[in-house]
Design a protein around this ligand. Structure first.
Ligand code: AMP
Length: 281
């Protein structure tokens, strides 16, 4: 596996891949890698000649300076994990200037309204920051296929829209949420939880499964009040729970037979922000 720490050497590598007509699969990350990230590279290996990872903690997608500062950074470990996985041909670890040569500015995008729902409402500017870094990475990596986790389902929809509005010709693949044995969605932020907190956080997944059982049996307002009751506890704070239309991401108060729905939840455990979601049958 090759490791590139700057844009120039990485561009030369990409030029070579393009000359050889190699199909490129790409999944960007912010590091602190876990088995959920690795599952993206497993998927990428199915459809591509070359699989590329990137590690870059993108400052413009954080709307909270403390969250950015506390974000785990474990680059040496990450390189070793990627190497051991044998699933990745090259990892790009750019410097801030490689991504933001003209200063750290967010671009502004119109994603058709989905950027204002859920995470967009909770974290102003977040999706402009995500769009800015992913657009730049796509222009540098020039992948044929790119892989994003359903764990960040709204982000996956935003990236599909980004490729569409910029006409980038990249196929976006969504990858299922990879979970701990107890159901907790794997996340780099889980590193900041104690073992006891990781165990009790399985209630997030247990709740989503209950919601799936209740869906189409009881009303959505009743489901919401049951979820609020479950999280009426001192060791975690429910930031939001809602059921949304899977395409528009708009919150649903009732369901129609011919639409798809997904439950979305954000819970704070000792100031660690945990997000999860589940498609509802
Ligand atoms: P991050 O490093 O958190 O920015 O995540 C990089 C990519 O990995 C994103 O596409 C995430 O959605 C994906 N990802 C993170 N956690 C998981 C998980 N538990 N299962 C599947 N994909 C994930």
């Amino acid at each position: 596996m090759q490791v590139f720490y700057d844009k120039d050497s990485f561009s030369k590598y990409i030029d070579l891949q393009k000359e050889q007509n190699n199909m490129i699969g790409f999944a960007p990350t912010m590091g602190a890698l876990h088995a959920g990230h690795i599952s993206l590279y497993e998927e990428a290996n199915k459809d591509n000649d070359i699989v590329i990872s990137s590690i870059f903690v993108n400052p413009t997608q954080f709307n909270n300076a403390e969250d950015l500062e506390k974000y785990p950074r474990t680059v040496e470990n990450d390189i070793e994990k990627l190497q051991n996985s044998k699933l990745v041909d090259a990892v790009y670890i750019p410097k801030v200037e490689d991504i933001y040569p003209n200063g750290m500015e967010r671009k502004h995008y119109n994603f058709g309204g989905i950027e204002n729902e859920m995470e967009g409402a909770a974290r102003p500017g977040h999706f402009d920051g995500v769009g800015t870094v992913v657009e730049e990475l796509f222009r540098q990596v020039r992948p044929d296929n790119a892989y994003f986790g359903e764990k960040d389902f709204q982000q996956l929809k935003i990236i599909e829209k980004l490729v569409d509005i910029l006409n980038l010709g990249i196929k976006i693949h969504g990858v299922k949420i990879h979970r701990e044995k107890n159901g907790l969605a794997m996340s780099s932020r889980n590193m900041r939880l104690s073992e006891a907190e990781k165990e009790s956080s399985s209630v997030i997944y247990q709740t989503l499964k209950k919601v799936d059982d209740w869906f189409r049996v009881v009303t959505i307002p009743e489901i919401k009040s049951r979820v609020e009751e479950i999280f009426d506890r001192d060791d975690m704070v429910l930031e939001y729970f809602l059921i949304a239309n899977e395409d528009t991401l708009k919150e649903a108060d009732f369901f129609s037979e011919d639409e798809n729905y997904r439950a979305f939840i954000v819970v704070n455990v000792d100031q660690v922000r945990l997000i999860d979601n589940m498609h509802l049958k």
